[in-house]
Design a binder for this molecule. Structure first.
Ligand SMILES: Nc1ncnc2c1ncn2[C@@H]1O[C@H](COP(=O)(O)OP(=O)(O)OP(=O)(O)O)[C@@H](O)[C@H]1O
Ligand SMILES: [Mg+2]
Length: 358
C-alpha cells in the first residue's frame, strides 16, 4: 500500500525516518506511542496512521486525556450504566465502544491518573472493557494509539506513570523531532502556510526575503509547527506589500536570533534565491551558450528544471533575477540603463526589484 502522508509537509531526513516507520506500522494492529514536543504534529501523524491502516473506514476516535476532568474520563472512555453515579440518568457507551473496528487515540496520555492507567492496560491486554457501574466485560476490537509531549520514562521513574503500561504502549515508538531539528522544512512549511493563508484572504502570495528566511531558519520555534503556522497567518494579515522582510518579524524572534548579518547563509538548494541561482548556474554551462557564443543557446528543458527540484515559477524567477542582476551590473546600477538593456520600462524594473526587497 502506498503511504498517504495526509498533508504532513516535510522533506528532512528526520521526518523521512518517521514516514518509514509509519509505512511499516500502519497496516498492523500494533500499539503506537507518538512522542514529541507540543506542536510537532503528533495528532496529524496519528490521523495519517489511521488513514493508512486497514481500519481507515472505521471510526477514528480521539480523546484528550488532559482536557477531561479525571472523574469523567473513565466514563467517557468506557461508558457507564444507568445509576452508576448521580448524573448517570441513562446508560451510555464510551469511546472504546464507539471506536469498535477502528482506532482510539489517547492524546496526552501522560496526564492520565494512575488508577485509570490500570484499566487501559487491561484493554490492551484483554481487548475488553467494562462500563462504569456495569457488571461484566465486553469485547472491543480497537487499535490504541497514544501520544504525549512528556518524557514518559521520566514519569515512570517519578512514579507518575505505570511502568507496565509504558512498555505495553511503547511497542512502536514514533518520535517527532522538534521543528528546529528539521532544517529546510521550516521554509517549506512557512511557504506552505503563507500560501494557504494568503489564498484564504484573497491576496497574492507573499514571498520571504532572503534575510527573513535566514531568521526563520535560525529561530528555535519552541511552539514548533503550530507556532510557525500561527505566525504565517499573522504575516498574511499584517504585511503590506508583497514580501515579508525582517522588519515585519516580531521582536521575540528578532531578539533571539541576534545580528542578522551574522546568521549563516542559506544552503538548501531550491530554498533560497541565492542557492537556487548558484545551482542553476552549474547546469546552465552546458545548456546555454556563453556570452561570446550566444548563438549556441539551448532552451532549458523539463529535465533541467526537475534536476533542481524547482517548479516553473521558481525556475523562471531565477532566470529573471540573473538577467536583471547582469543588466544592473552592466549599467553600474543605473536603473534607466538596466531597464533599457532588458527591454522593459524603468517602472517595471523598479517593481521587480521591490518584489525582491531591493
Ligand atoms: N509536518 C506538518 N505539515 C503540515 N502541517 C503540520 C505539520 N505538523 C504540524 N502541522 C500543523 O500544526 C498544528 C499542530 O499540529 P498537531 O496538533 O498535530 O501537534 P501536536 O504535536 O498534537 O501538538 P500538541 O502536543 O500541542 O497537542 C496543526 O494545525 C497541524 O495541522
Ligand atoms: Mg495534539
Amino acid at each position: 500500500m502506498e503511504l498517504n502522508t495526509s498533508g504532513i509537509i516535510g522533506q528532512s531526513t528526520t521526518l523521512a525516518e518517521v514516514f518509514k516507520i509509519l509505512g511499516k506500522v500502519a497496516p498492523t494492529d500494533s500499539t503506537v506511542l507518538v512522542t514529541g514536543e507540543s506542536g510537532t504534529g503528533k495528532e496529524l501523524l496519528v490521523r495519517a496512521l489511521h488513514a493508512n491502516s486497514p481500519r481507515a473506514d472505521s471510526p477514528f476516535v480521539p480523546i484528550n486525556c488532559g482536557a477531561i476532568p479525571k472523574e469523567l474520563l473513565e466514563s467517557e472512555l468506557f461508558g457507564h450504566e444507568k445509576g452508576a453515579f448521580t448524573h448517570a440518568i441513562r446508560s451510555r457507551s464510551g469511546r472504546f465502544e464507539m471506536a469498535d473496528g477502528g482506532t482510539v487515540f489517547l492524546d496526552e496520555i501522560g496526564e492520565m491518573d494512575l488508577s485509570l492507567q490500570v484499566k487501559i492496560l487491561r484493554v490492551l491486554q484483554e481487548k475488553e472493557i467494562e462500563r462504569v457501574g456495569g457488571n461484566g466485560c465486553k469485547k472491543v476490537d480497537v487499535r490504541i494509539v497514544a501520544a504525549t509531549n512528556r518524557d514518559l520514562e521520566a514519569e515512570v521513574q517519578a512514579g507518575n506513570f505505570r511502568e507496565d503500561l509504558y512498555y505495553r504502549l511503547n511497542v512502536i515508538p514514533l518520535h517527532l523531532p522538534p521543528l528546529r531539528e528539521r532544517g529546510g522544512d521550516v521554509l517549506l512549511l512557512a511557504r506552505y502556510f503563507l500560501e494557504q493563508y494568503c489564498r484564504k484572504k484573497g491576496r497574492s502570495v507573499l514571498a520571504l526575503a532572503a534575510d527573513t528566511q535566514r531568521v526563520l531558519l535560525a529561530y528555535s520555534w519552541p511552539g514548533n509547527v503550530r507556532e510557525l503556522e500561527n505566525f504565517m497567518e499573522r504575516m498574511s494579515i499584517l504585511v503590506d506589500g508583497s514580501i515579508v522582510t525582517p522588519d515585519d518579524l516580531p521582536a521575540k524572534i528578532l531578539d533571539q536570533v541576534g545580528d542578522i548579518s551574522l546568521l549563516p547563509e542559506i544552503e538548501e538548494a531550491g530554498q533560497s534565491e541565492t542557492a537556487v541561482a548558484q545551482s542553476v548556474e552549474i547546469v546552465q554551462t552546458p545548456v546555454a551558450g556563453t556570452a561570446a557564443d550566444p548563438g549556441s543557446f539551448v532552451w532549458p528543458d523539463l529535465a533541467v528544471m526537475e534536476a533542481h527540484g524547482l517548479n516553473l515559477k521558481d525556475f523562471l524567477d531565477v532566470m529573471e533575477n540573473r538577467l536583471i542582476d547582469e543588466a544592473l551590473g552592466k549599467a553600474e546600477g543605473v536603473k534607466n540603463q538596466a531597464a533599457e538593456l532588458l527591454g522593459i520600462k524603468r517602472t517595471t524594473l523598479i517593481e521587480k526589484l521591490k518584489k525582491r526587497g531591493q
